[in-house]
Write a protein that binds this ligand. Structure first.
Ligand code: AMP
Ligand code: MG
Length: 338
């Protein structure tokens, strides 16, 4: 009896010892908290810690090119060129082409030339406030993505457009680049989280199951999760009215603007989550669908192959795209997961 008990104990110990630990690092970048967790890698030369550090260096390189506020970045140079052509890097061209594509697809709901309007509302500054109606009209007239002219690696903003901001698409684009980098370097199981942008590389190889990616409860002040999407090699991006906002006279004003009105989008939804292969698509579509609202947004998502969505309306009702209804993708509410 004793022998059997000891044998059983040693088996448990061996299992416990052979269980790997995940390796995790967080950095404040892209104006948000970014976390990379590696669950498994097959790299003979570099540790998971080294690979994560290199991925963060890459993230910082992209931020220095794509940020609107960092002096000397491509976007800074484009915005300060006074309408003259500016030579930019390949990645800036790639992201601008993607942004223009999503502007067309969303019929202008997504438009990176809303920048002057965002600056007027000052969501990211020290003094966010509701601007005067005539100022909103003036800045709204500067929105028109068709005036971003691209020729080779040269970009020109034609009048009336004065500035662009990639805040609605850059995190998705960078997430894809970091996922590519880690995968090329032997990482087979990891989670990249850049603020609201999450990407799962492979499955959780420590627990031997797919990753459960959480959707935040938009009404909970403590950031708790409302439910999980079970997936592998997918991106999950959320645009929500709780992510950046200010309150004035008891009214909440959030950061996603409707280019048609110049005011925060008031489409009846408070959170849109997109599940896609590429995070750049998810990022652009989450912002687009937030502006479009449930009916138009869901129609758009269901017309696109390999893209799924979860919408939450202002009353807390949840709506799922066809992929969930067909069982291609799995959602578990936090209550039933407990
Ligand atoms: P996201 O959190 O990805 O939905 O992006 C929101 C950010 O994108 C805002 O903080 C603005 O910088 C910018 N933005 C706001 N409204 C729009 C819009 N309609 N189209 C494109 N970018 C926008
Ligand atoms: Mg976005």
């Amino acid at each position: 009896m004793k022998k059997i008990a000891l044998l059983a104990l040693s088996c448990i110990l061996i299992t416990a010892c052979s269980k790997q630990e995940s390796v995790k690092q967080s950095e404040f970048m892209l104006d948000t908290i970014c976390t990379i967790t590696v669950y498994n890698e097959n790299n003979k030369e570099k540790t998971a810690d080294e690979l994560i550090s290199e991925a963060f260096e890459l993230c910082s390189d992209y931020e220095n090119i794509l940020s609107r506020t960092i002096e000397g970045s491509d976007v800074y140079n484009i915005n300060n060129a006074g309408g003259n052509p500016i030579e930019v890097s390949d990645c800036t061209i790639e992201i601008l082409e993607a942004a223009k594509y999503y502007s067309e697809l969303s019929d202008g709901a997504f438009d990176i030339t809303t920048a002057p309007l965002s600056i007027l509302w000052d969501f990211e500054g020290d003094d966010p406030h509701v601007p005067a109606a005539e100022d909103i009209e003036t800045e709204k007239a500067k929105i028109d993505y068709t005036k971003i002219k691209i020729e080779g690696n040269t970009v020109t903003l034609e009048a009336p457009v004065e500035a662009i901001d990639l805040g609605a698409i850059a995190k998705g684009y960078i997430t894809d680049k970091l996922a590519e980098y880690l995968t090329e370097n032997g990482v087979t199981s990891a989670i990249i989280s850049l603020g609201g942008n999450i990407y799962a590389i492979g499955e959780n190889e420590i627990d031997d199951r797919p990753f459960n990616l959480g959707i935040q409860d938009p009404k909970a002040e403590d950031g708790s999760i409302i439910g999980y999407v079970t997936t592998a090699d997918k991106s999950l991006v959320t645009s929500g009215d709780y992510q950046r906002y200010f309150e004035e006279d008891g009214v909440r004003y959030h950061h996603i603007l409707d280019p048609a009105t110049g005011y925060p989008a008031d489409s009846g939804v408070c959170s849109v989550t997109i599940i896609s292969d590429k995070s750049v698509d998810g990022d652009a579509l989450s912002t687009s669908c937030f502006v479009l609202g449930l009916d138009e947004g869901m129609e758009l998502i269901n017309s696109l192959d390999g893209i799924d969505a979860v919408f939450i309306d202002n009353d807390g009702n949840m709506y799922f795209s066809d992929g969930f209804e067909n069982g291609e993708i799995e959602y578990t509410s936090a209550d039933s997961a407990e």
